[in-house]
Design a protein around this ligand. Structure first.
Ligand code: ASP
Length: 633
């Protein structure tokens, strides 16, 4: 080995220099370098872990064949990286094996670690200054010549194919990183909750009964005619019952099931970190989660700052038009209602006659003519369609050279009103503003959507809008306890679930004006995504019964067990659940939650690998007293 090369290797791997220097003490060195990742196996190292300190050692690596360059060298791969293995031309039996090696075959190689000749050092590769001089090779499993998908070029493969051959797809660098990061963070979370704070990890049933309200549940037939289990949408009732049972701090990494059809980036089964505590207030849960996040936050990711900011639901809706605002960019909504009641534009003033109307606006500073008239029309249509909104009026305004407005309302709006709005929004030449007029939070929601569409469009045109490499956590609280039914039917439904307690300041209205009551619910938002939610619960059986029967018009007999439990000594309690798939997807920078789940399902709930769900025979169905109805045409 040349002296310069030796020095370079030593400098590169300076943490290990001491071992290298005392290289004579071979046993000591080998034991020290036998990393935990290979203990209990036949390997001495993983494929990405060799360093300059291993030069001269005999090592054994196991992994997949990434390259086979005509019998000259092989590149062996595992999750930790790759290493080049030089194949001696003189060893005929070794040559024979190598010549017939197919990509992705699993091999075991033994040889001595050598420094690479200086001119062959590959600085782009972690082990690029080393190679193994192959002495022995064993093919542990020969891969087929025609593989269904490549591992190296996984990003060129369609997602359907990746899911169909998931066992191969998981070998790729990205999936390995995601699943390992997930596992590490989970362990830290468990450690924080169970070991440091005395939380008890309790498993709750997955065969349960229907829960009134909330998401649609999957049902499971039972052997008793006409009787079905339901898969729980969350362990909500069980965790509350555990509080009654004196398990005052509970957590579970719980599998939950919701039959929500084809909502984008959702899975019919997903994982939740479920937490419940007795004798706690909202502030206690919030502090717990913030401390847990800091404790378990993955090394190497940008730091997170606590305490996380808070917004009330009303503030979030007014400023961002969303209850999960993306605060990585500004473009906030400004209320200009007071300017518009008599502004000369009937389309707008009509919206204000109801008493619930408002006019709001957002602005893009110096839009550089990126938005054509057609593009603006498309974005507006997309936003209104996504919200199923046919009422809100949306009007674009461009500010041209002399500060005047170019807009369908420019001619009709009074000059002083235009000036006031320009002033409120600080409009300058080149700016684009969007005005929206409508009822309640509707115009804010429309602009909230347009705000996100704008950001996406600008970013796809090379304009950086969202701050990069940041994790903006945010608490949203003081949600309404009840909302008008989403399907437009009469009456109210729970904004979250029927177990949330009323805000102490609004409790007096629960029996008189329930629609005005705020709940003790809180959501955790990260970069514009809801990653968790929870509440302080009702623990009084009479209040719970009243909410179920009188406000929500639900059949409370389905919750008799819970109501009864509340009469047997129930501590006040509250909790939260974090959606782990979404949380990890954001931390990993994954395009979809499917990229942090080992075996996900497609948007329509299918598994392309095993082809689940599958048919079963009528004989099997008979034992469940089920008959399939012919498909109606
Ligand atoms: N069970 C609720 C959910 O799954 C969370 C909670 O209230 O703790 O959304």
């Amino acid at each position: 080995m040349s002296f310069t090369l030796l020095r370079r290797i030593l400098t590169k791997h300076k943490n290990n220099i001491s071992f290298f220097k005392f290289g004579k003490c071979v046993r000591h060195c080998q034991i020290s370098f036998l990393s935990d990742a290979v203990s209990f196996t036949d390997r001495t190292h993983t494929c990405g872990s060799l360093t300059g300190s291993n030069v001269g050692e005999k090592v054994k690596l196991c992994g997949w064949v990434q390259y086979n360059r005509g019998g000259k060298f092989i590149v062996i791969r595992d999750w930790s990286g790759i290493t080049q293995v030089i194949v001696p031309t003189e060893k005929v039996e070794v040559q024979e094996i190598v010549q017939s090696l197919t990509f992705e075959s699993v091999i075991e190689v033994t040889g001595k670690v050598l420094p690479r000749p200086e001119e062959e050092v590959n600085p782009a590769m972690a082990t690029g200054d080393l190679e193994i001089d192959l002495e022995e090779i064993q093919v542990l499993n020969k891969a087929s010549e025609s593989l269904p998908i490549p591992v190296y070029d996984y990003h060129k493969v369609s997602e359907m194919m990746r899911m169909e051959y998931r066992y191969m797809d998981i070998r790729n660098k990205q999936m390995q990183r995601n699943l390992r990061l997930r596992s590490k963070m989970m362990m830290k979370i468990r450690e924080f909750l169970a070991n440091i704070h005395e939380f008890v990890d309790v498993e709750t049933p997955t065969l349960f009964r229907r829960t009134p309200g909330g998401a649609k549940e999957f049902i499971v037939p039972s052997g008793q005619p006409g009787k079905f289990y339901s898969l729980p949408q969350s362990p909500q009732q069980f965790k509350q019952l555990l509080m009654v049972g004196g398990i005052d701090r509970y957590f579970q990494i719980a599998r939950c099931y919701r039959d929500e059809g084809s909502k984008p980036d959702r899975q019919p089964e997903f994982t939740q970190l479920d937490i419940e505590m007795s004798f706690v207030k909202r502030e206690g849960i919030i502090k717990l989660i913030e401390e847990m996040m800091v404790y378990s936050w993955p090394e190497g990711e940008p730091h997170i700052q606590t305490p996380f900011p808070h917004l009330t639901y009303d503030q979030a809706m007014r400023l961002y038009g969303s209850d999960k605002p993306d605060t990585r960019f500004d473009m906030k909504i400004t209320d200009i209602t007071s300017r518009c009641s008599d502004g000369g534009v009937e389309l707008i003033s009509n919206q204000l006659k109801t008493g619930n109307g408002s006019v709001v606006a957002i602005k893009i500073r110096d839009e550089k003519k990126l938005f054509s008239k057609k593009k603006l029309e498309d974005l507006k249509t997309m936003a209104l369609k996504a919200l199923n909104d046919t009422q809100t009026v949306v009007i674009p305004v461009r500010v041209i050279e002399d500060g005047s407005w170019q807009s369908p309302i420019a001619k009709h709006m009074k000059a002083n009103v235009k000036d006031e709005i320009s002033n409120d929004l600080d409009l300058q030449t080149g700016d684009l503003a969007i005005l929206a007029a409508g009822q309640c939070y509707k115009p804010n929601e429309v602009l909230g959507k347009i705000r996100l569409l704008f950001a996406d469009f600008l970013e796809s045109n090379g304009v950086q809008v969202r701050e990069k490499n940041v994790f903006n956590f945010l608490w949203v609280e003081d949600f309404p306890l009840f909302l008008p039914k989403e399907d437009g039917g009469e009456g109210l439904e729970s904004a979250h679930h029927p177990f949330t307690d009323a805000h102490p300041e609004d409790r007096h209205m629960l029996y008189t004006q329930p629609e005005k009551v705020r709940g003790q619910h809180y959501d955790l938002v990260l970069n514009g995504n809801e990653v968790g939610g929870g509440s302080i619960r009702i623990h009084d059986p009479d209040v719970q019964k009243y909410v179920l029967e009188d406000v929500l018009k639900e059949d409370s007999s389905q919750l008799q067990h819970l109501l009864k439990a509340f009469t047997t000594g129930c501590p006040p309690h509250g909790g939260i659940a974090l959606g782990l798939d979404r949380l990890f997807a954001i931390i990993c920078g994954a395009a979809s939650i499917r990229d942090v789940i080992a075996f996900p399902k497609t948007q329509d709930g299918k598994d392309p690998m095993s082809k689940a769900p599958a048919t079963v025979s009528q004989a099997e169905l008979d034992s469940y007293h089920i008959q399939i109805k012919p498909k109606s045409s």
